[in-house]
Design a binder for this molecule. Structure first.
Ligand SMILES: NC(=O)C1=CN([C@@H]2O[C@H](COP(=O)(O)OP(=O)(O)OC[C@H]3O[C@@H](n4cnc5c(N)ncnc54)[C@H](OP(=O)(O)O)[C@@H]3O)[C@@H](O)[C@H]2O)C=CC1
Ligand SMILES: O=C(O)CCCC(=O)O
Length: 480
């Protein structure tokens, strides 16, 4: 199959494809079938330090490369992604399970991130700040932070690296990346692409293996000046603690618990379409997925009826089959977690109006599910579901809905459907979230800063802010 071009069973360190020193490997399986599709090296701290050596050595060369050469490399990277979009998407689907259409979209948005940062870096201007007296100039300039450690999850194994690697390389930082063990090939493909388009040796290094050992070596090393992580809040907090000893710059894209508010004046059909994309994209496994759907009394029944029809039309199956819209969950633990949420809701008065069970064919598939009459004491009101389960809560009063929406430690994405302009501005002020979708269930775009507040993380990815996160600001006072 064409995806085999990018199925690399070795790690990319200092410009060479290598195994673990021990020779040990880890199996990689297709969650839709359970079959082993290949192996990757089980690397640890020694190999990670070697990768950091290579990245540190490559740094001056990449940082000192003329801007238009760095931009040229990014353009080549963009073209390589688009030229190989189908084979990279197949690889992604085979290791992660998402439907091919979504995998094609993920490779496409990854390429867009590369193009965006190739454009944005040309406008990464500094400042000359007015001095208070004559004979002085105050310069504010921007510089690449240095070697960047990147740790990424399985749910968007290609695009989560795109929005970290692209700005890093754009400004001249070098990279040591550790993709998730469940989905390593889409991460290793970034090494293959960097090699293909001619990045200097050591500019991009990609390792697989023990999260604790690779992560530990990245966090301990003073040469790694920044760490960017996407994943669970629990691991993110541990990395924040570990970063203290060497005071690293951090970007943390952590968990979410997105509220999705539907007010009486909403266009109910539009709200249902928005809820479908927000809740069921990637089988509910995105950190910006609607986790709690709050619907006002006046449209509650109509919303549930239409949502049920849309959910029952979803085709579940192997992501490689034509027309499939819901792939498997990443593993059986994820299935069990969804089952626990449903069982808890049922004991507290929730009603399963569709779905609720494992899907027939034996692997980690789960039926797209709706639970109605959800309440604030149910587990999913506080915890991230990360699966195809849509809890629908009922509300009467706008202020109650906003208070419930904010009643969480997370603050990543939120959504609201309403046509009242005054309410839209009130939501903009009151919702304690880094991102708000008004009459839109799909808000991720390269042009805008993606990121959360509260325990959903630190820093932004995308937008102009997503470039600045890879730069240090330096102030130089010149007296003459
Ligand atoms: N915000 C988001 O986008 C995501 C949120 N999640 C949430 O987290 C839950 C658990 O998912 P999971 O994949 O286990 O997420 P994790 O946070 O455990 O994994 C994300 C990445 O961190 C690595 N990692 C794990 N432990 C450490 C460590 N101690 N030091 C350094 N790196 C580490 C993982 O490596 P390895 O794969 O080798 O374990 C992976 O590369 C999900 O159910 C979901 O709720 C998950 C993924 C993405
Ligand atoms: O789940 C994430 O961590 C990122 C979601 C990206 C997207 O919305 O496409």
């Amino acid at each position: 199959m064409s995806y085999s071009k990018y199925l690399k069973e070795a790690n990319f360190i200092g410009g060479s494809w290598v195994g673990a020193d021990s020779g040990d490997t880890i199996d990689v399986t297709n969650p839709a079938t359970g079959e082993v599709i290949g192996t990757v090296p089980a690397c640890g701290d020694v190999e990670t330090r070697r990768a950091i050596d290579a990245a540190a050595e490559a740094f001056d060369g990449l940082a000192g490369m003329p801007l238009m050469e760095r931009v040229g490399l990014l353009w080549k990277l963009h073209d390589a992604l688009m030229d190989n979009q189908k084979s990279l998407a197949e690889l992604l689907t085979v290791e992660m399970g998402k439907p091919m259409a979504e995998a094609m979209g993920e490779i496409g948005i990854g390429a867009q991130y590369v193009r965006w940062f190739a454009e944005e870096v040309r406008r990464a201007k500094g400042e000359i700040v007015p001095a208070p007296s004559n004979g002085r100039r105050f310069l504010v300039t921007k510089h690449p932070v240095g070697v960047v450690g990147m740790i990424t999850p399985w749910n968007f194994p290609s695009s989560m690296l795109a929005r970290k690697i692209a700005p890093a390389l754009a400004v001249g930082c070098t990279v040591v990346a550790k993709p998730a063990t469940a989905t390593p090939y889409s991460g290793l493909a970034w090494g293959a692409l960097a090699e293909e388009v001619g990045y200097p040796k050591g500019a991009v290094n990609v390792l697989t293996g023990s999260a604790r050992k690779i992560g530990g070596a990245i966090m301990d090393d003073p040469r790694v000046r920044k760490v960017t992580f996407t994943g669970s809040t629990e691991v993110g907090k541990e990395l924040i603690r570990q970063s203290a000893d060497t005071v690293k710059k951090l970007s943390m894209e952590l968990g979410g618990n997105a509220p999705f508010l539907v007010f009486d004046d909403a266009d109910v059909d539009a709200a249902v379409s928005g809820a479908m994309v927000s809740k069921f994209r990637n089988s509910g496994q995105t950190c910006v997925c609607a986790n709690r759907i709050y619907v006002q009394d006046g449209v509650y029944d109509a919303f549930v009826e239409k949502l049920k029809i849309a959910v029952e039309n979803l085709k579940v199956g192997d992501g490689r089959e034509a027309g499939v819209e819901q792939g498997p969950l990443i593993d059986m633990d994820a299935v069990e977690k969804v089952e626990e949420f449903i069982a808890d809701a049922k004991t507290k008065g929730g009603t399963v109006v569709t779905g609720g069970s494992r899907h027939g064919n034996g692997h980690s598939f789960f039926e797209p599910t709706i639970v109605t009459e959800a309440t604030q004491d149910m587990k999913f009101a506080k915890e991230e579901i990360f699966g195809p389960l849509a809890p629908v809560f009922r509300f009467t009063d706008e202020d109650d809905a906003i208070a419930w929406a904010n009643d969480t430690d997370f603050g990543l994405a939120s959504y609201a459907y309403t046509r009242d302009i005054g309410r839209i501005f009130k939501l903009n002020e009151k919702l304690q979230y880094g991102m708000i979708g008004i009459n839109s269930g799909l808000i991720t775009t390269v042009e805008a800063p993606f990121g959360g507040v509260k325990e959903s993380g630190l820093g932004k990815e995308g937008g102009s802010q997503g470039l600045e996160d890879y730069q240090d600001v330096k102030y130089t006072a010149v007296d003459f």
